[in-house]
Design a protein around this ligand. Structure first.
Ligand code: FES
Ligand code: FES
Length: 212
């Protein structure tokens, strides 16, 4: 490289500030994550059957919801992006974290790992369907308020749905049994002790409510 060329290159490098460099990295990251969604969206758009074949009726939170579903679409995707029920969170999207837990016929399931079109005739319950129509919270939700459980709360709806499902089978668990019942849910804030206390309070609230 001759001196003139080197001087021009040095000048150009000086024009790239640290701030601009970092902005570039962030923009690249955004592009990469957008690409993931675009990739999934393009998969979703491939070789689809006629619209009449894709329309199914789901029972979600006690309501019949008619929805256009792709054959490879997961329940988490349908709930969040078709039905607007964003209380169901997507963490890992591969059956590891439990953030997407909902109840299917009263049993907790990872909604990121269930295909929506297989759920005709099943009863789907999400966090949005727990409170009563008058706004009274479910006893487990109230337990979270009573104990100020959770830090960022990203994992909260998954934990609550798992606890509600678990308490249907075992309404009077020990703390250890509850911990085992919730072992399919992870918390990135590592707030497990407080979460467990909140869920145990929820269990107590449920027992009290049944005796009122
Ligand atoms: S998002 Fe479904 S288990 Fe993590
Ligand atoms: S409270 Fe933050 S992920 Fe659980």
């Amino acid at each position: 490289m001759d001196d003139k060329l080197r001087a021009t290159a040095d000048q150009a490098m000086k024009g790239i500030s640290r701030r601009n460099f970092i902005k570039g990295i962030i923009a690249g990251g955004v592009a990469a994550s957008s690409a993931t969604y675009l990739f999934r969206a393009s998969l979703v758009g491939q070789q689809q059957p006629a619209l009449s074949d894709r329309l199914i009726t789901l029972n979600v939170n006690g309501q019949q919801r008619r929805v256009d579903v792709m054959k490879q679409e997961t329940l988490a995707w349908t709930l969040r992006y078709k039905l607007g029920l964003t209380g169901t969170k997507l963490g890992c999207d591969r059956a590891e974290c439990g953030a997407c837990t909902v109840l299917l016929d009263d049993v907790p399931h990872y909604s990121c790992s269930v295909l929506t079109h297989t759920l005709r005739g099943r009863k789907i319950l999400t966090i949005e369907g727990l409170a009563k129509p008058d706004g009274t919270l479910h006893p487990v939700q109230q337990g979270v308020i009573d104990e100020q459980g959770f830090q960022c709360a990203f994992c909260m709806s998954g934990f609550i749905m798992s606890a509600v499902g678990f308490l249907k089978k075992n309404p009077n668990p020990t703390r250890q049994q509850m911990a085992l019942g919730l072992s399919g849910n992870l918390c990135r804030c590592q707030d497990y002790d407080k979460i467990l206390t909140a869920m145990m309070r929820g269990a107590e609230n449920m027992r009290k409510a049944q005796h009122v």
